[in-house]
Design a protein around this ligand. Structure first.
Ligand SMILES: [Zn+2]
Length: 381
């Protein structure tokens, strides 16, 4: 199997077993490999991402680390007469889509013999990494912002990872982890190409579940942009391998308190390197002030004909209610897609009759403390 890392900026190539995740020019890596997606090779007996085993660049079957991730349902949602469907990514082993990335990343880490890692996360990725670390027998040290929902922090500790709570912003947490990574392997879900590779299976699954077709549009929460970038790469691969004949339009929704990608998109410029989060938000999962693959994401928004909007906390609360009234218990971050969808229809980026898939990324069971605060303490309901 051919696999190597390539700098997305200068094109310099590196072997996959190096212990750093950025090029000497400072830019992130992409993974280049020669796995091809063939419909005939989908293993229909396997009800997880590993049904696409032949398309996943892990060399040895023996190193696969799985908890049965992926294979999540797609259901219709009724809202304002729109033609919308929801992909229940929160129906995952640890309660979020990040399990796809963690499964492939830890399979790779086991393959190259890594024994302990450092990771930083606003919550969900830290939870996933802790669970897959436990499954793989790899020790994990997870750095989280102090404001992370209590449920997620407890979950990380329960899996046996060492939890380090960091005061300050999400950015301060990243810095603390990078410092700790000087002596350990840095398994950052935002930077690691194998994590991205795992998330790509979401595009494979959407296409297979829609009988080898693509929806017109996909709307998803947008923070650091890992999911957005991965979906784009996954659909690109399916297009290259002749499985689909177009890429769906990809739409991202940011919190108005932290929206560097939105600003880069509407101003036609770069991400402001000095961008600081404007204030607190209940959308803790999408507070990424310095998105790693921002250039690639802005390029993908333009290439697919997508767009980016922002929503307020008040709008997120309304969105949560819409979902809850139909039985979907998601975390506040995931709910951004409802109001986001409405705004895309208002600006005529999406027609209400078009088939649009919303990705529900994380479970509300992890953020019950926050939901209680929103609906019972703040509003006295
Ligand atoms: Zn470079």
């Amino acid at each position: 199997m051919i696999r190597f890392f390539r700098c997305v900026n200068c094109g310099l190539e590196y072997p996959v077993n190096i212990n750093h995740l950025r090029c000497e020019c400072g830019a992130p890596f992409e993974l280049v490999h020669d796995c091809v997606f063939l419909k005939s090779e989908v293993d229909k007996e396997v009800r997880s991402i590993w049904r696409y085993r032949k398309a996943i660049p892990v060399e040895k079957d023996g190193s696969i680390v799985t908890l049965g991730e992926g294979f999540t349902p797609i259901l219709p949602l009724s809202y304002k007469g729109y033609n919308i469907w929801v992909k229940l990514e929160y129906v995952s082993p640890t309660g979020s889509f990040k399990d796809r990335g963690a499964s492939v990343l830890f399979s790779f880490l086991r393959e190259i013999g890594v024994k302990n890692i450092v990771e930083d996360s606003s919550g969900n990725a830290g939870v996933s990494v802790s669970a897959y670390g436990a499954r793989a027998g790899i020790e994990c040290e997870i750095f989280c912002p102090e404001y992370t929902s209590g449920g997620k922090l407890i979950q990380i500790s329960l899996y046996g990872a060492k939890l380090v709570k960091v005061k300050g912003s999400r950015e301060d947490t990243s810095k603390a982890a990078v410092k700790a990574a000087q002596t350990k392997y840095y398994a950052s879900h935002n930077w690691h190409p194998f994590f991205i590779e795992g998330l790509k299976t979401l595009s494979f699954e959407i296409v297979e579940q829609l009988n080898w077709n693509v929806p017109d549009n996909i709307v998803l929460p947008l923070g650091f942009g890992g999911l957005y970038y991965s979906l784009y790469l996954g659909f690109k691969q399916l297009l290259r391998d002749g499985i689909v004949c177009k890429i769906p339009r990809l739409f991202g929704v940011q919190s108005e308190m932290c929206c560097p990608l939105y600003e880069a998109f509407v101003t036609n410029g770069g991400v402001n390197p000095e961008y600081v989060q404007r204030g607190e938000t209940i959308a803790e999962g999408i507070c990424g002030a310095k998105p790693v693959f921002w250039k690639q994401i802005i390029g993908a928004v333009r290439e697919t004909g997508g767009s980016i909007v922002t929503v307020s906390d008040r709008e997120i609360e309304e969105s949560l209610k819409v979902l809850l009234r139909q039985g979907f218990l998601v975390e506040p971050t995931s709910a951004v897609v409802i109001k986001g969808m409405e705004k895309f229809v208002e600006i005529r980026a999406i027609k209400s009759s078009e088939k649009t898939l919303l990705i529900l990324t994380g479970s509300g069971l992890k953020t019950l403390d926050r939901l209680e605060e929103i609906f019972y303490k703040r509003h006295g309901l």
